[in-house]
Design a protein around this ligand. Structure first.
Ligand SMILES: Cc1cc2nc3c(=O)[nH]c(=O)nc-3n(C[C@H](O)[C@H](O)[C@H](O)COP(=O)(O)OP(=O)(O)OC[C@H]3O[C@@H](n4cnc5c(N)ncnc54)[C@H](O)[C@@H]3O)c2cc1C
Length: 381
């Protein structure tokens, strides 16, 4: 059962998505432009501070509130939803969990208001699944500063005009075969940090994704996030949480496909009747509803365990796996229901189709989710 405050939040984000995002996002998407004005309005609503305590300018809510907001946004558009997801779950949450008092005071109020965005740099051009095997970025202490060299690939929110920093996972020592990994906060204006131009992407076209390179990039020793050598366990925790959020976003996309299909099936006619009268279309929509419903229950359950302080790794992986499948399947079916118009960018379902695929890749591929589930069942890695 949702609490009253969750129901109210869901309603206000649903209205915002319908009235503010829906009318304009298609144009941003076509232009591949970051929607600063929408992000500013999301900030004014408090969405970037949902799970951040009030003492840091947040709303003092919980992570489930963030998930509900992501679901409602993604019903209409995934670019704005992933901008929020990455900013909060990958940008603000690690700072909240591991940051020093000074780091939190310096960064969190601006992140919570949406005035600035934090990014999380884990993936490298040589590999995102095999971390630390594919990691080459290093950070060496020299005269009270970390000197960072290397590169990161596909980093969300890392090159906007309002990006505050990238939290970079880097190898800080090598002991035998195992590298020591630590997380270091690199402010976006640091000399030696080069932000590449935006990738041309299949989907999420109104979101910001960049490759970053670090050449003798120096930041103060105090920019270490949490304990030295704890980077690996930090990002495992961050990704477990992030998977619940991505699951919520995926459910939103799956639901958006149902919303659009129901509307279209009632309007479009063929053979003298609305296409919604054909059982073939009804069955498609019934399957879409069943997928979205079960995926929603899966992410609610994972979030509930997480907030209760119970182990939730397996539940988060299940939620991410089934909800990204649901999003892909629903996007395919919705596009089919729209016929030729489904292939036209003027209809949201075309955007949903392009946005669905990444959900099976980002924050751990579907193969990774299966590996995590199998491991939690006691099977050897
Ligand atoms: C739009 C976008 C935004 C992103 N944002 C961020 C971000 O903000 N921060 C960040 O750090 N990263 C980000 N990523 C990176 C994303 O998390 C990685 O792309 C993802 O984890 C996969 O890594 P990879 O691309 O290197 O694929 P690889 O690791 O090279 O995997 C390639 C294929 O091999 C499979 N594979 C690998 N190992 C195994 C195995 N042991 N068993 C079975 N199959 C295996 C994978 O499942 C996949 O199918 C983003 C990516 C995209 C596309």
């Amino acid at each position: 059962m949702l609490k009253d405050e969750h129901i109210e939040l869901r309603k206000s984000v649903e209205e915002f998505a319908r009235e503010v995002v829906a009318p304009v996002i298609g144009d941003y998407y076509e232009r591949g432009e970051f929607p600063y004005e929408i992000v500013r309005k999301m900030g004014a609503m408090g969405l970037f501070g949902l799970p951040v305590p009030e003492e840091y300018g947040g709303m003092g809510g919980d992570y489930f509130a963030l998930c509900l907001a992501l679901e409602e946004l993604a019903r209409v558009d995934s670019s704005v939803a992933i901008t929020l997801e990455a900013a909060v779950s990958l940008g603000a949450m690690p700072l909240l969990r591991y940051g020093t008092a000074e780091q939190k005071e310096r960064w969190l109020p601006k992140l919570a208001s949406g005035e600035r965005l934090g990014a999380f740099g884990l993936t490298e051009p040589g590999g995102g699944t095999d971390v630390p095997g594919g990691m080459r970025t290093t950070a060496v202490l020299d005269d009270g500063q970390w000197v960072i060299n290397g590169s990161k690939a596909f980093i969300t929110n890392s090159g906007t005009d309002i990006t505050a920093f990238v939290a970079v996972a880097a190898i800080t020592a090598r002991e035998g075969r195992r590298p020591e990994i630590s997380t270091i906060i690199v402010p976006s204006d640091t000399p030696g940090l080069t932000v590449s131009k935006k990738y041309s992407k299949v989907g999420w076209s109104a979101s910001d994704t960049r490759e970053l390179s670090f050449t003798d990039c120096r930041v103060p020793e105090e920019n270490l996030l949490g304990e030295r050598g704890r980077g690996y366990s930090q990002f495992l925790r961050t990704l477990d949480e992030g998977r619940v959020a991505i699951a919520a976003l995926s459910v939103g996309l799956a639901q958006g496909c149902i919303d659009e299909s129901l509307r279209y099936a009632r309007e479009r006619t063929a053979f003298g009747r609305t296409i919604g009268g054909f059982q073939a279309i009804q069955f498609k929509i019934a399957d879409m509803e069943a997928r979205a419903h079960t995926a929603r229950l899966a992410y609610y359950h994972a979030a509930e365990r997480m907030l209760a302080g119970l182990p939730f790794k397996k539940e988060a992986a299940i939620a991410k796996l089934v909800s990204s499948n649901a999003a892909m399947d629903n996007a395919r079916d919705a596009t089919q229901i729209f016929g030729g118009y489904g292939f036209m960018n003027e209809f949201p379902v075309g955007r949903f189709y392009r946005d669905a695929k990444i959900l099976e890749i980002g924050e751990g591929t579907s193969e990774v989710q299966r590996m995590l589930i199998a491991r939690e069942l006691g099977m050897d890695a």
